[in-house]
Structure formats: structure tokens, C-alpha cells
Design a protein. Structure first.
Length: 452
């Protein structure tokens, strides 16, 4: 769903209260004035109950309270701005200047995806600061729509534009000559968003970017737009990651040939054109098969696991390297080879609250990554357990030298069950994917300095 469809000027308010209870009450009052049958008090109790169970503070002065209920529409969004800040549980250390309240109908199937999209939107510090510093709610509304529509685009020098137009024309020529099925454009080459207003590609085009605003021109110019985190700073690895995500979403097939157009991250300059045969890139991992993902694993769950694993590989936890293992999909078969090492921290929670697609699960998963053992995750994203010992053994499969027990367990369980295993190496930070016992590195190894 496009986020701009959820935003209404009439549901953006200046907050008067200083605590979350009064703030949510104000926002519900505004919604109730225009939505008949909205039951304010039960909704307020539900929002506060969730707040008491799990904080909805995202950082950067932003909170995202949310609840599911019976509504006459799929979603209802309200936004409040407080210059002085709204406290959480009486705490003065973390105050929210921007409160985004999401009410979702209990039958909405893409609830977690919408929640995640909202969380991604407010992870841009510059956008958040501009919203908080708005002169009034009218300006806040305009800035929010401008941010979503990609209107703030950095101007590119004329010389660079000329070079970029040349590269685009050559990419189309190469794609036609090599009989490519699509052109893949690495959009993060541009710092302010790629200017596509003058480009009318003659073959299927795919934009790959870390952050694409809803409503931007990219949705009309490109046949497909996929938002994907760069799993590696190396450009060839970025292309491979983009192809991997496009495969899992069904945007391309294993028999496709792609022409990729890119440049140095943030340089505003295309400088590379390459041709990739998808099957050749992934033939080792596929081992003669064409199903990269197990049948029960949703593509968005796979992408979220990879993103969390990559963040752990790059950042570690509290400055220290972290090694961990995620086993995704095939849960009934996987559970036969699992033994708990600790009390399960996810036991007793609703699937929705322990789903890895839930943006409020990020810190929880990262915190429990320091526990020995694996995360066992259902194909729909619900985290079954953490700190689990994988008892599957594989005496015949050979792994590259230098890999430890965590990689061996990942290889073995991916052979025993229809699942995907993702490993973060504690020693190198490298993120690797295992499918049917075959390893595919998603990031390069990095050198982690040892303490003297």
C-alpha cells in the first residue's frame, strides 16, 4: 500500500499532552470526529496495553503506537507533533516529538508490511528533523508528502547529466545486442534519488534502491521497483544481492539475462554496464533445482532475515563481533533436530508480536543474537525460538576450510529440512546463505581487529 494514501491533513495535529496516554487520547478524538463508529476508549486501552508490553519508541524522537481492531476501513493513520516532547512511562530520557498512530483492521493481511514501511520512512533523520521543526501542521503535511514523493532531489551538474544519458543509451544498446530480458539500474548511485523523467526504456527496466519514496516518478518509469539493502560495499556483490531479491519476488526468472547499469555509491555518475546470466550466477547454489526459497518462506521474511544478519555482521553488538545462525522455513522438520540451550524467550507471545517483520523486533533479535544457539523462524516470519542447538549432522558434505561449527550446523540442517540457513561469522562478519548444504557468501569477509 502507498503510504501517501493513508495520510490526511485532517488527522495531523499539534499535541498538547506531555504523556503517551493523553497524546493517544487527543489523536483518537481527532479520528473519532470524522470516522463514525470509532470506539475511542477500547482503542486507547489497546494502545496503552501494547505500550506497556513493548515500547513503540523507534528513536530519533519518533514513536509508532499501533493496534489492530475492527474498523470500517483497512487502516487509519494519525500523526501528532509535540515541540516539548511526549514522555514514555514518565521517563525524561526518551521523548517523542513525532507520534505516528496506526489503527489496522483485524482482517488486514499486510499489516506488518505497512508497519515496517512506516518504520523505514521515519528512519531518515533529515526527514524526521524537518517534520519536527515545521512551522505548523500545514508545513509538516507538505514536507511529509514532499518526502514521500521524492521532490527533494539533488541537482546534478550538466556535464554529469550528459555522461549519464550516454551511459543509459549504451546500456540499452548492450541490452538489445546481448538479447537481455531487462535492464537493472542501481539507483543508489544517486544521492538524492535518480532523475528518470526523461528516460523511456524500450525493454523491461528494474530500479534497485535502498530507499524509494512512495509516489515517486520511479513507479511510472520502471516496470519494477525493488527496495533492497546493499548487502556489501562491493559493486558486483550488490548486483548479486539485487538479483537474489528479484528472484525471490518472482520479478525475474533463472533463465533471464540482465544488463546492469550502476556507479559508485552516491557519486551521481553511471560508470559501469555489465551483463549477467542469472542461472550462471546461482547454478552452484541451485544444484539443478529452480526453487531458491522453500515453499513456505515468504520473500519479505527472507529479505528481513538477511537485512538483520547483515546489520549484525557489520555493526556487531555494542561494538563487539557477533556470530549467529538463523534457520528459516521447514519448521516441522527443523524442530526434529532442535534442542533448547536456554529458556525460550519467545514462548507465549502472539505470532504478530514475535514476527521478524515487526520493526520493533529488530533490537530484540539483535539482543538475543549474543546467546549461543540458533534462531528458528517460521516461513511467515514468526520467531519460534532462540538459543537452540541444531543437532543435525552431515558427515559427507565438505565445507571450505576455516569454517566452524555454526557453518557446519547450517549446512547440515539445510540438507535435512526444506529450509534456508543464514550464518553471521563471529570472526569475519561475513554473512553466508545455505540451501541444500551449498553455501553462498552474501558479503565479503572483513578483518576484525583483536584487542591487544
Amino acid at each position: 500500500m502507498r503510504l501517501e494514501k493513508l495520510i490526511a491533513r485532517s488527522r495531523i495535529v499539534e499535541l498538547r499532552g506531555s504523556d503517551m496516554k493523553s497524546t493517544l487520547g487527543e489523536m483518537l478524538d481527532v479520528c473519532a470526529q470524522r470516522i463514525t463508529g470509532l470506539k475511542r476508549d477500547p482503542l486507547l486501552r489497546g494502545l496503552l496495553a501494547r505500550e506497556a508490553t513493548m515500547t513503540t519508541y523507534l528513536g530519533h524522537g519518533v514513536s509508532l503506537p499501533h493496534v489492530r481492531t475492527k474498523l470500517s476501513r483497512r487502516y487509519l493513520l494519525a500523526i501528532g507533533r509535540s515541540r516539548d516532547g511526549v514522555s514514555h512511562d514518565g521517563s525524561e530520557s526518551e521523548k517523542s516529538n513525532l507520534v505516528i498512530m496506526l489503527l489496522a483492521d483485524e482482517k488486514s493481511r499486510d499489516y506488518l508490511q505497512v508497519l515496517a514501511s512506516l518504520a523505514r520512512m521515519v528512519k531518515e533523520p533529515e526527514l524526521v528533523r524537518s517534520l519536527i521543526d515545521s512551522e505548523d501542521v500545514d508545513q509538516l503535511y507538505e514536507r511529509l508528502l514532499a518526502g514521500l514523493s521524492g521532490m527533494q532531489v539533488r541537482r546534478i551538474p550538466t556535464k554529469q547529466n550528459k555522461m549519464n544519458r550516454l551511459m543509459v543509451r549504451e546500456a540499452e544498446r548492450v541490452a538489445k545486442g546481448a538479447d537481455c530480458d531487462a535492464i537493472v539500474v542501481m539507483g543508489d548511485t544517486f544521492t538524492g534519488g535518480i532523475d528518470v523523467t526523461r528516460w523511456t526504456p524500450k525493454i523491461k527496466s528494474i530500479l534497485v534502491t535502498n530507499s524509494v519514496p512512495d509516489g515517486s516518478d520511479a513507479f511510472t518509469t520502471f516496470a519494477e521497483v525493488i527496495q533492497v539493502r546493499s548487502f556489501s560495499p562491493q559493486r558486483l556483490a550488490q548486483v548479486r544481492s539485487a538479483i537474489l531479491v528479484a528472484l525471490t519476488r518472482g520479478i525475474i526468472t533463472f533463465t533471464d539475462r540482465l544488463c546492469c547499469l550502476g556507479g559508485v555509491l552516491g557519486s551521481n555518475q553511471f560508470d559501469t554496464v555489465g551483463v549477467f546470466d542469472v542461472e550462471r550466477e546461482f547454478q552452484t547454489l541451485l544444484t539443478g533445482k529452480t526453487d531458491l526459497l522453500p515453499d513456505d518462506v515468504k520473500p519479505e521474511v527472507f529479505e528481513r532475515v538477511i537485512a538483520v544478519a547483515t546489520e549484525l555482521g557489520v555493526e556487531g553488538r555494542e561494538g563487539k563481533p557477533v556470530g549467529c545462525l538463523f534457520v528459516v522455513g521447514g519448521t516441522p522438520q527443523v524442530e526434529k533436530f532442535v534442542k533448547p540451550l536456554v529458556l525460550n524467550p519467545f514462548f507465549g507471545y502472539k505470532d504478530e508480536d514475535r514476527n521478524i517483520l515487526n520493526p520493533f523486533m529488530d533490537e530484540t533479535v539483535k539482543e538475543f543474537s549474543t546467546i549461543d544457539g540458533a534462531f528458528v523462524i517460521q516461513g511467515n516470519g514468526a520467531v519460534n525460538s532462540a538459543g537452540s542447538l541444531i543437532q543435525a549432522t552431515d558427515t559427507e558434505h565438505m565445507l571450505p576450510s576455516g569454517l566452524g561449527s555454526r557453518h557446519a550446523a547450517a549446512a547440515a540442517i539445510s540438507l535435512e529440512a526444506p529450509c534456508i540457513a543464514v550464518v553471521v561469522s563471529a570472526s569475519t562478519g561475513q554473512v553466508s546463505l545455505f540451501r541444500r548444504g551449498v553455501m553462498l557468501p552474501l558479503t565479503e569477509k572483513k578483518v576484525i581487529a583483536s584487542k591487544s
